[in-house]
Design a protein around this ligand. Sequence first.
Ligand SMILES: O=P(O)(O)OC[C@H]1O[C@H](O[C@H]2O[C@H](CO)[C@@H](O)[C@H](O)[C@H]2O)[C@H](O)[C@@H](O)[C@@H]1O
Length: 268
Amino acid sequence: MQPLFSETGLKRVEEVARAGLLCAFDFDGTLVPIMSRPEEVRLSDDVRGKLLRLSAHAPVAIITGRALEDIRGLLGFTPDYVVGNHGMEGVPGWEARAAVHAQQCAGWKAQLTGLLARTPGAEGIEIEDKRYSLSVHYRAAPDWQRAAVFLDEVCAALDPQPRLVAGKCILSLVGVDAWHKGNALEALMELSGARTAVYAGDDVTDEDVFRIKRAELLSVRVEHRPDSAADFFIPRAEDTERLLDELIARLAACDARNWLRKETALHQ
Ligand SMILES: O=P(O)(O)OC[C@H]1O[C@H](O[C@H]2O[C@H](CO)[C@@H](O)[C@H](O)[C@H]2O)[C@H](O)[C@@H](O)[C@@H]1O
């Protein structure tokens, strides 16, 4: 993992930022800083303005763990693509699996609510029901490490077993065969016919994208982490603004336009 804002990193930006680029971003921790509670997050006017400027030059996709209904309200603009629930919601054809995911999710919620209510040690743990997946938050727990271990133990009793993805004071419960962010990004590249792509994300669910090794994909992690599969890193969520500036400048210099034919865009 190397710094993006280095000679090597900026050379990679130069290579991918040309006509045919798809720009994809995670939301929490990437476009907005992490807050104590999910509902406290606001996309700044500066970042929204830069995303809008970028979308004049290239299609923009938001691929988030949040539910679609939730993220749409937070964005305040309509990107070319919006994918929710870690890749499960919003990619064409996703509805075919929706009922199965919703049923599994409702089952986990009912089991987990019961388990948490009768097991001591669940203080500060909250379930966010996103219809197709669950986020179990423990940022308000008195001891984060203990809460993470406790949740792993409790979730081991769930039937059927979900895929458990540990993140920033959060445990995500998704279907074992559910689409993840990596599947979503590759599907959007295929659907749109993108020649290159850039993806920025900050958490463990973004590793599903970072693990994709394709010469045409530039992956960027917010915050250095030695075991991340991302190619490059930027130090903090605030540095995403510079990434947006670098992309806009290079795309403008080669007179790139948002090449996505509007009739194929998913205006969700
Ligand atoms: O894929 P993302 O867009 O990064 O979404 C991941 C999760 O983000 C939210 O939780 C995280 O952000 C909260 C607000 O800053 C923070 O309080 C929490 O501790 C973080 O884990 C969101 O609530 C989840 O649904 C998303 O899966």
